[in-house]
Ligand binder design. Sequence first.
Ligand code: FMN
Length: 214
Amino acid sequence: MENLYDWRQNYSKSQLLEDQISESPMEQFKTWFEQAQACEALTEPNAMSVASLEADGSLRTRMVLLKEYSKEGFVFYTNYNSQKGLALEAHPQVSLHFFWPALERQISISARTEKLAENISDGYFSQRPKGSQLGALVSNQSSVIPSRDYLEERLTQLEKEYSDREVERPLYWGGYLARPYEIEFWQGRENRLHDRIRYRFDENMQWVHERLAP
Ligand SMILES: Cc1cc2nc3c(=O)[nH]c(=O)nc-3n(C[C@H](O)[C@H](O)[C@H](O)COP(=O)(O)O)c2cc1C
C-alpha cells in the first residue's frame, strides 16, 4: 500500500490578520474571490462543493459552479428534482466550500437556501448556450438511466425538435440563493499555525468575527 503519511505541504504564501480583513464577510469574500480569479493556476475558482442533508438524514457533497455573489449570498443553478434539489426541499440549508490550493486558502460557508425568483432563473437560462439549455432538458438529473446512448439519442432528438425555436427554461431547473449565517476564511501558515477567521451573526444580527485555533 502506498504510504501517504509524509506527503504534506508547508504553507507560507500569505497571512490573514485582523488588521487586514473587512468588517463584512461578503467584502472579504470579494477580496479573496478576485484574487482567486486573477490566479492563473486556478482554472475554476468558482467551483465549490455543496454539502446537503438528505431527507433520510444522510449527507452528500458535490461540486457546483458559483454564478453570482452579493451581500445577499451565493447563487448556483441546478435541477430542482435532482438529489440535491430534493435534499434542499427537505432541509433548506447547505455547507459551501471553496479550496484554492495555489493560494493555500479555503472558505467554508454555512447557509440557508431558497429558490431564486422564476424571472431570475429565466434570465440566466436564456443566456446559456443552446447546447447547455438542451442538456437541461435531456437530463433528468440524478435518475438512473439505461446507457450513454440513451442520452446521446435524446439530445439528437431534441436538437431536431428545437432547430428553429428557442428553448424555454424547464420549471424543474433554476437557481438557489444560499444566505450565509457563518463564513470561515482559512489561510495556510507555516508549522500548521494557520489563520482562521470566522464571521457569524451576533444577537443583533450584525456580523462579528473571531479567530479560531488552527
Ligand atoms: C467543477 C464542477 C462543476 C459543476 N457544476 C454544476 C452546477 O453548477 N450545477 C449542477 O447541477 N451540477 C454541477 N456539477 C455536477 C454536480 O457535481 C453533480 O454531479 C450533479 O449536480 C448531480 O448532483 P446530485 O445528484 O447530488 O443532485 C458540477 C460538477 C463539477 C465537477
